[in-house]
Ligand binder design. Structure first.
Ligand code: TYM
Length: 330
């Protein structure tokens, strides 16, 4: 039995990339594992969200995750800021995280480029807070998308460093996890980059089928291949990447063959892609409405989750303090 942990920042509605990169795998792992799922609302602070937006987003992410199949009877579902011990653990781990390695993190460099007016210390130490989330529960597996791979590497480094520094075998080294093997990156529909919450290139779990079809039909393509077996330009590769994640292997093989023989009609491909996405999202978007209306269920879920998560948190922080030499003077 493994301990599995998954998290998401509460910065907006969940999109297909979140679901396929992290949630779907987590949902499959709920049976027979010790599973924790949490909403990373402290992490969301790096972009200075408005107070009301912050509150709304936490609830929205909670509802959408539960609608995606996370079962609070099987998994511990909690909100990061309901577990204040995370802050102490973050502080303790920060002492062994170095400026050089934090500055070299890809996500930091990207964010510093995108928001030069707000390069705060929280952004710099984002991977340390993430390591605290993971190490707090001694997680073995962390289902994440490709963009989090480096953060998992850093978590392992911080764990090893702590063990070496204090000459203990305390933290284990968690692995980023995907059932298919390789971690995935779902691209956006705009022909480049990854699907994101704020990039305007996403399909959201709350989208209804009409909206999904419209978005997919508008995805960027080109005028089609003119020579057999020609390399695929990025926007076309992206459509195939999404298709591989949502459609059957036969469907992918069919359109690949059509591309290679220059017979592909992108309209047909997009229609099929839209159908396969709708098949995944429709049941989720229907459940979103039901769960959103059930305040009692949401309240019960987060209260029980916080209590269970805190049990681990209190124990881990107490043990870390002991290892590090904190002793009561009197
Ligand atoms: P966040 O909120 O950016 O994304 C949540 C999860 O969704 C995955 N993801 C994607 N996967 C594939 N294709 C995409 N286009 C795509 N976009 C997002 C992410 O890889 C992630 O798994 N730092 C984390 C939140 C976090 C966390 C943790 C995760 C905080 N502490 C501890 C795991 C363990 C984040 O910002 O994810």
């Amino acid at each position: 039995m493994d301990t599995v942990l998954s998290g998401i920042r509460s910065t907006g509605n969940l999109h297909l990339g979140n679901y396929l990169g992290a949630v779907r795998n987590f949902v499959r792992m709920q049976e027979g594992n010790n599973c924790y799922f949490f909403i990373a609302d402290y992490h969301a602070l790096t972009t200075h969200p408005a107070t009301e937006e912050m509150h709304r987003n936490v609830r929205q992410v909670l509802v959408e995750y539960l609608a995606s199949g996370i079962d609070p009877e099987k998994s511990t579902v909690y909100i990061q800021s309901d577990v204040p011990e995370i802050c102490e653990m973050y502080l303790l781990l920060n002492m062994n995280a170095y400026l050089g390695e934090l500055c070299r993190t890809s996500s930091f460099k990207e964010k510093a480029r995108k928001q030069p007016e707000n390069v705060n210390a929280g952004l710099l130490t984002y991977p340390v807070l993430m390591a605290a989330d993971i190490l707090m529960h001694h997680a073995d597996k962390v289902p994440v998308g490709k963009d989090q791979e480096q953060h998992l590497e850093m978590t392992r480094k911080f764990a090893r460093r702590f063990n070496t520094m204090f000459n203990v075998e305390y933290f284990k080294e968690p692995q980023a996890y995907n059932f298919g093997g390789e971690l995935i990156k779902i691209p956006g529909l705009d022909g480049s980059g990854k699907m994101g919450k704020s990039e305007g290139n996403g399909i959201f779990l709350a989208d209804d089928e009409k909206v999904i079809r419209k978005k997919v039909m508008k995805a960027v393509t080109d005028s089609g291949p003119t020579e057999p077996n020609s390399p695929m330009p990025e926007p076309i590769q992206n459509l195939f990447t999404i298709m591989k994640a949502v459609s059957t292997p036969d469907t992918v093989a069919y359109f690949t063959e059509k591309y290679n023989t220059c017979e592909i009609r992108y309209g047909d491909m997009k229609k099929q892609l839209a159908e396969d996405i709708v098949a995944i999202i429709k049941p989720i978007s229907e459940r979103i409405k039901e769960i959103d209306a059930d305040n009692e269920f949401l309240k019960r879920t987060v209260m029980r989750g916080a209590e269970k998560a805190r049990e681990n948190a209190i124990k881990t922080v107490r043990e870390m303090r002991e290892i590090m030499g904190f002793k009561r003077l009197f």
